[in-house]
Design a protein around this ligand. Structure first.
Ligand code: ADP
Length: 353
């Protein structure tokens, strides 16, 4: 009778790529057979795993002890192990004892992406809870004080105004979240048109100017010279993204500061940019600033001030990034702490007529 583990079918199973990794070890946990992907995971040359001990090949104590226990108990065991370079990939491990002859079949199933998604969801819920709790706590306190009835009319009015402001923050947060989830899930259809970038920029300047003036910040439209071209974008969504950047530029500017909005033509794209000379973004935060709920240190002076004025949940830039990506474009920033920032959105340009 042919040994099923030496059959061509089993060899094909061992060598297939993209599925679970299979290994066979003997009862002393020496590797008898392994496919090429197992060698890649162990960072060893192909075929070099045969004869090595499991612990020497993968350096994973959890994998080793699971296999050891499966040999000792002759039971099918399942567990998890971190393997690969610096243990940065997570695997579900099945250790299946093989009949009379002894030994184990070990199957490794990569669950790195699954675990990452679980982490993102956990962080999301934790962040959302935090964002909701702060305004809710204030509203409750203010309402309790009003209900106790011991405040004069002026204070009553003041408290009611604060409650209104906090509920506005909550409503804005909910709107932003719904908007983000619509864009993220690809449910928003873009109505792409060939847009005149001058008009896009002028529209943004017009909308942000009244907000900026209230905060003693001036807005300047950067004139564009050079050949005329068009941007391929959804006017509503691009306008929303640019306005978000302009809002931030005003929010994080110093009093008396200036915000500059303009565009330029680059290889295959139109770059819309918003520059300010405000507080800037520290280097250590630049890589993550476009993630949802991400905020730079809340203790920065102007940032506290900004929170009072506009609400700050750290969602605006995530929306900007998703809008840019939905267009096949991208976002970026250049910033120096204390000196100011330039944020931009690139969207495809229309091919020359
Ligand atoms: P928020 O609602 O907190 O402004 P965003 O996603 O729009 O959320 O921005 C994330 C963080 O990026 C902000 O909390 C702020 O710390 C920082 N940031 C955004 N734009 C600027 C800017 N123009 N200058 C300095 N910091 C900025």
């Amino acid at each position: 009778m042919i040994d099923p583990l030496a059959s061509a079918a089993f060899t094909a199973l061992l060598e297939r790529r993209g599925g679970d990794l299979l290994l066979i070890v003997d009862d002393s946990l020496r590797i008898l057979r392994a496919g090429p992907e197992a060698a890649v995971l162990a960072e060893r040359p192909d075929e070099s795993l045969a004869g090595m001990s499991l612990i020497a090949a993968f350096g994973s104590a959890p994998l080793d002890s699971l296999a050891r226990e499966a040999v000792a108990t002759r039971a099918i065991l399942i567990g998890e192990a971190e393997l690969g370079h610096l243990g940065e990939r997570q695997f579900a491990v099945d250790a299946v004892p093989l009949g009379q002859g002894g030994g184990l079949l070990i199957s490794l199933h990569d669950i790195t992406a699954l675990r990452r998604m679980e982490r993102v969801r956990r962080d999301f819920v934790a962040n959302l809870g935090h964002e909701l709790r702060t305004p809710l706590t204030s509203i409750k306190l203010l309402a309790e004080t009003l209900a106790a009835g011991s405040v004069d009319p002026a204070t009553t009015h003041d408290f009611a105004t604060q409650i209104e402001r906090e509920t506005d923050h909550l409503a804005q947060l909910v709107d932003e979240l719904l908007d983000l989830s619509m864009i993220e899930s690809g449910q928003t259809r873009l109505a792409i048109e060939a847009l005149d970038p001058d008009e896009v920029v002028a529209g943004c300047v017009e909308r942000i100017r009244p907000v900026a003036e209230r905060r003693d910040v001036s807005v300047r439209l950067l004139p564009h010279s050079g050949p005329k071209l068009h941007a391929l974008a959804d006017p509503g969504r691009l306008g929303q993204a640019l306005l978000n950047l302009a809002h931030n530029a005003v929010k994080y500017s110093h009093h008396g500061g200036e915000v500059r909005i303009g565009w330029e033509a680059l290889e295959g794209v139109v770059r819309f940019s918003v520059a300010d000379d405000g507080i800037g973004v520290p280097d250590s935060h630049k890589a993550r600033i476009f993630e949802r709920f991400y905020k730079v240190d809340r203790s920065r002076a102007r940032e506290k001030d900004a929170e009072q004025l506009g609400g700050s949940a750290g969602i605006g830039l995530a929306i900007v990034r998703h809008i840019a990506e939905a267009h096949g474009g991208s976002v970026g920033l250049l910033s120096e702490e204390g000196l100011g920032s330039t944020f931009w959105i690139d969207v495809p340009s229309a091919p020359d007529a």
